[in-house]
Design a protein around this ligand. Structure first.
Ligand SMILES: Cc1cc2nc3c(=O)[nH]c(=O)nc-3n(C[C@H](O)[C@H](O)[C@H](O)COP(=O)(O)O)c2cc1C
Ligand code: SF4
Length: 363
């Protein structure tokens, strides 16, 4: 008997790319890079397992183009001329050999030149980014996109989510600017258009670029799906080939992993944003956040809420989840959303499922 989720396992054209299915590993900072920021054996084998486990496209952990200016956290990926490019190239080849595509997620800024920076001084201690710095930022992203293309990566993703610097531009709460970068939807999206243009100029207009963006901040006066929907056509016009829809900010009621209060967690917690974006724009929309069951995946795809399915924690616990589902074992993902993996990455321990470790210990 055919099922609404069957379509998830069929090939899908994504920008100019051909994916073997509709499953994406959502960008997940691994904290496992070598001291120079390049991927070593540990990270390569993680990607190898994800590719071999059936994921169609791996969006890398947030990768920093310039740690001296933007600031990178411990073990975060870095890509620039000072990093080991042969290690990077080997990683891209490993993913391709395992049948998956790879897209580089370009880190958003939080600090610029060591200073906590955003579009506006929404609280004490935040520096307002200048237009010169915005120009420089666009060039930095263009440079990393050139390198990603040369390495054979299939795409790059701009990280416009989770309340970091770029995400804040989209938000009526964080972005209080009165210049060309604030106020109207066109102005709030302008920095993304600048980055997209710089990438097209330097890396070629045909190199696929997509965005992960917030459609819900979870702070009073912040971004909501209704406010976010009109950004869709503007991003498409700017040249973004697909939109992954997320939510949450560092100090709100929600973070990238859903409602902060565990009692308020629900499946598919950012789907409303995906649905509103999908209704507003005709580029592929990718749903992410708390997707754990094939029934929900079937419903998202068959109702046209989104075109692609992104998973982070489910494939930390089960890198072979997609192959398991494809083979007919339709039990939900085993991830219980405890966020233990996130805590470990933040402590610099690398990316792994703490529940799997607990389960493997005798007694
Ligand atoms: C350990 C960890 C690291 C993450 N790092 C990133 C990141 O680098 N970039 C990003 O856009 N989202 C990041 N996220 C958020 C996930 O991509 C995803 O949006 C979120 O976890 C919700 O999806 P899920 O319920 O499938 O995990 C991270 C999440 C976790 C658990
Ligand atoms: S540590 Fe918790 S949230 Fe992370 S993958 Fe394991 S079960 Fe899921």
């Amino acid at each position: 008997m055919t099922q609404p989720f069957d379509i998830a396992f069929k090939p899908f054209k994504f920008m100019s790319l051909s994916m073997k299915n509709r499953f994406i590993r959502s960008a997940t900072i691994e904290g496992m890079a070598e001291p120079d920021g390049s991927p070593g054996n540990a990270l390569r084998s993680l990607y190898e397992n994800l590719g071999a486990g059936g994921i169609g496209l791996i969006s890398t952990g947030s990768c920093c183009p310039d740690p001296e200016w933007i600031g990178a956290s411990k073990g975060q990926l870095v890509l620039n001329e000072k990093t080991d490019l042969s290690a990077w190239a080997e990683t891209v080849q490993t993913v391709h050999r395992n049948g998956a595509l790879i897209s580089l997620q370009m880190a958003p800024f939080v600090f610029l030149g060591g200073k906590f920076t955003g579009p506006s001084v929404y609280k004490e201690g935040v520096c307002r980014i200048t237009t010169d710095e915005i120009d420089r930022l666009a060039d930095v992203y263009a440079k990393i996109a050139v390198m990603a293309r040369k390495l054979g990566m299939d795409a790059v993703q701009v990280h416009g989510g989770h309340g970091y610097g770029l995400s804040q531009f989209l938000s009526p709460f964080f972005n209080q600017r009165e210049d060309d970068y604030g106020g109207s939807p066109e102005n709030r999206v302008r920095i993304f258009a600048d980055i997209r243009r710089a990438i097209a100029d330097k890396a070629g207009a045909d190199f696929p670029v997509w965005i992960k963006m917030n459609a819900f901040d979870g702070v009073p006066g912040g971004l909501t799906p209704e406010v976010a929907a009109p950004y869709g056509p503007l991003l498409k016009k700017a040249g973004y080939g697909a939109i992954e829809v997320t939510g949450g900010v560092m100090a709100g009621t929600h973070n990238s992993r859903g409602p902060i209060e565990k009692t308020q967690w629900f499946e598919g917690f950012y789907l409303e944003g995906a649905q509103k974006l999908k209704a507003a724009v005709d580029v592929p929309v990718c749903a992410v956040g708390g997707i754990r069951k094939l029934e929900m995946i079937g419903s998202i795809l068959s109702r046209g809420t989104a075109d692609l399915i992104s998973l982070s924690r489910p494939v930390i616990r089960e890198p072979g989840l997609i192959n398991r589902w494809a083979a007919g074992d339709s039990a939900p993902a085993r991830c219980i959303s405890c966020n233990g993996c996130f805590t470990m990455v933040m402590k610099g321990e690398g990316l792994f499922c703490v529940q799997e470790i607990k389960a493997s210990r005798p007694g």
